[in-house]
Design a protein around this ligand. Sequence first.
Ligand code: HEM
Length: 380
Amino acid sequence: MRRDERLMRAAHPLAYPLLQAVHGPVRRVPGIGVVVKDAALARAVLLDGAAFSKRGRGASSDLWTPVLGPSVLVNMHGDDHRALRRRLAPIFAPGFVEPLVERTLGAGAAELERRLAAGERVDLAAHARRSASAAIALLVGLDEAAVDERLFRQVTAITGMVRLSRPRFSPAQVRRARAVLDELGEHAAAAYRGDESTVPGRLRALGLSQQEALSAVGAFVLTGTETIVAALPRIVALLADSGTLGELADDAAAERAIAEGLRWTTPTPVMLRATLEERRIGPVRVRPGDRVVIATYAADRGAGGFDPASDRAAALKQLWFGAGAHFCIGAPLAMAQLRLALAALRRVEAEGRRIRVVERRPARGQLLPALASCVLEARA
Ligand code: HEM
């Protein structure tokens, strides 16, 4: 079985083969919903806010409202959603995010570079988990000294409960998720009362109430950590395996390679919507109450095989980050983190070493398909 296939099946032994087996660009699958595998049709659904919503039966709100409360972007729709996006936008402005990433994750990236350049073996998945935990700490206003992998495990314990066939959490699962978020929330509340150097402090300065800020932080933690941990090691492994890491001559080439890596891996393989108004998606008629499952992974891969020198990714307009009103608000933060790590690895290669993956193992029981370990070595 191919590596990708093993990785996807390790995370979703039932849902992945089921979605792969769906034929054609769009099809109704009993018990799952209307599955959309074509990029243009997926985009049309995402851009049609009148007919398709993240709030409603079988969509994201069923999962996240009991855990995060009613107003956390991922479960909102229409004017309220637009208004909150506008208020949160400054948090993710590249000018705010890039120095923040450099300050929080710069030392870790430098350590990664130093160890590889010294000929040591380094587990990039562990590095990504530590970086993600440092990012969580930043988001909730935790002291850096408190950063460890436990934070990451706590977050994936929540997201790991999500299954395509299970549109909502059980009461016991909601209690478990709330316990983790309440603990993080205590730190966030203290940071909210502090200065603007933390995200909660900055949210206060932007005029959000404490409750609004804590809900936003909870959503950022759940959406913005596992995604990076899933993306970084897989993208680097793709580039190392294809021998193209050393060919990234400049930042523009690195940017193309990140886009192509995101396209090919599609770290969040599925997006969900509830139908509000009758529509046709290609040949399939959908009615209010129908659940739409956008198989982003299949849609992105429809553009062709992995080739970091190609412009296959460009035509998809970053579908891996979504489209329309709910387009990933954290994309500048994700890109800053990916650029930082890739730049460190490119410098190692520029010194005449060749980075290889010497060991890898897929993660199990997580929401997002990822490598649990991805050991790199740079040989001269
Ligand atoms: C490679 C990394 C990432 C990928 C592939 C990714 C992917 C996505 C996608 C596909 C969506 C749209 C979902 C939909 O329409 O149903 C989304 C939304 C979102 N993402 Fe990301 N994401 C990443 C990183 C991040 C980071 C670092 C954050 C930081 C906080 C973040 C926060 C969010 C939030 C809050 C939303 C909801 C936006 C809304 O509903 O208005 N994401 N992301």
